[in-house]
Design a protein around this ligand. Structure first.
Ligand SMILES: NC(=O)c1ccc[n+]([C@@H]2O[C@H](COP(=O)([O-])OP(=O)(O)OC[C@H]3O[C@@H](n4cnc5c(N)ncnc54)[C@H](O)[C@@H]3O)[C@@H](O)[C@H]2O)c1
Length: 271
């Protein structure tokens, strides 16, 4: 506890937290941040070897973590994951649904095959539904409720050309978040989403400095986000500090969704 602010340094102490899509990028940072915040963390994804590496990193920092394999495309796999969490830990206090995948490279909508659209929706939307379903069933057994965070995107709040499957799914994630928040408020379970703007993960780093500059130029704060920026928001949304926040989509985007800078709509104006 910080004596000046009264804010806990370990806001998730004693909690059991699950991060789905935790093997790399934003999800790996969320897992590490949850462990630093005092949670016992379950890291889930498809890639067993990468997960083992993430667990070792958390243990090196003195945290507690466990890796479990899951494929969110398969209902029985998601159900099995939550059964295993219940078996090992007896309960679930916090969950973050962070995965994304499927679809195809960007293309105008009419060039999308139905199968590409289905594959984006299967991971990015149906996968979130399945995770919510089994997480909520386990969490609802808690006398003190819990908190769930779904990873959306600025592309879940505004259209992005070429990304039909991803955008449709992320808009759906905002909808599922609100429905789940309403359905489980009485059970003390809060459900929120985060909409990150461009974040510096390996993918953006690999795209080179020019791509990074272009991404930063579209952000009012003038930089791309760090994985830690998103992880800090996820920890806050899972902690008691956000105890009156549910059914919302929190933009972590450097102001991108705030609107259009003045010079862009009125370039000639001086005052
Ligand atoms: N990186 C960004 O700039 C950015 C911006 C906005 C939103 N987001 C969102 O943040 C989240 C994480 O993004 P990232 O860039 O770190 O992603 P990433 O592709 O690096 O990692 C995604 C994770 O999901 C897992 N995953 C994918 N398919 C899965 C499946 N079928 N079953 C289980 N796990 C599966 C992967 O193993 C990995 O752990 C995503 O929801 C993404 O849409 C990212």
């Amino acid at each position: 506890m910080n004596a000046t602010t009264g804010v806990s340094n370990e806001p998730l102490a004693g909690k059991v937290a699950l991060v789905v899509g935790a093997s790399r990028g934003i999800g790996a940072a969320i897992g590490a941040a949850m462990a630093r915040a005092g949670a016992t963390v379950v890291l889930a994804a498809r890639d067993r070897r990468a997960l083992a590496q993430r667990v070792a990193e958390i243990e090196e920092l003195g945290g507690q973590a466990l890796a479990l394999q899951v494929d969110v495309l398969a209902e029985d796999s998601v159900q099995g994951l939550l059964e295993e969490v219940a078996r090992r830990h007896g309960r679930l206090d916090a969950a973050v649904n962070n995965f994304a995948g499927g679809g195809r490279p960007p293309a105008p909508l009419a060039d999308w095959e139905a199968a590409d659209f289905d594959s984006a929706v299967a991971t990015d939307l149906r996968g979130v539904f399945l995770c919510l379903k089994f997480q909520l069933r386990l969490m609802a057994k808690n006398p003190h409720g819990g908190a769930i965070v779904n990873m959306s995107s600025t592309a879940g709040e505004q259209g992005v050309g070429g990304l039909a499957g991803y955008v449709a799914s992320k808009f759906g994630v905002g909808g599922l978040t609100r429905v789940a928040a309403l359905d489980y408020a009485a059970a003390g379970i809060r459900v929120n989403a985060i909409a990150p703007g461009p974040i510096l993960t390996d993918r953006l780093a690999a795209a080179g400095p020019r791509a990074r500059e272009m991404a930063a130029a579209a952000v009012p704060l003038g930089r791309v986000g760090r994985v830690e920026d998103v992880a800090a928001a996820a920890v806050w949304l899972c902690s008691a500090q956000s105890g009156f926040v549910t059914g919302t989509v929190l933009a972590v985007d450097g102001g991108r969704l705030a609107g259009v800078p003045a010079f862009a709509v009125n370039p000639g104006r001086r005052d």
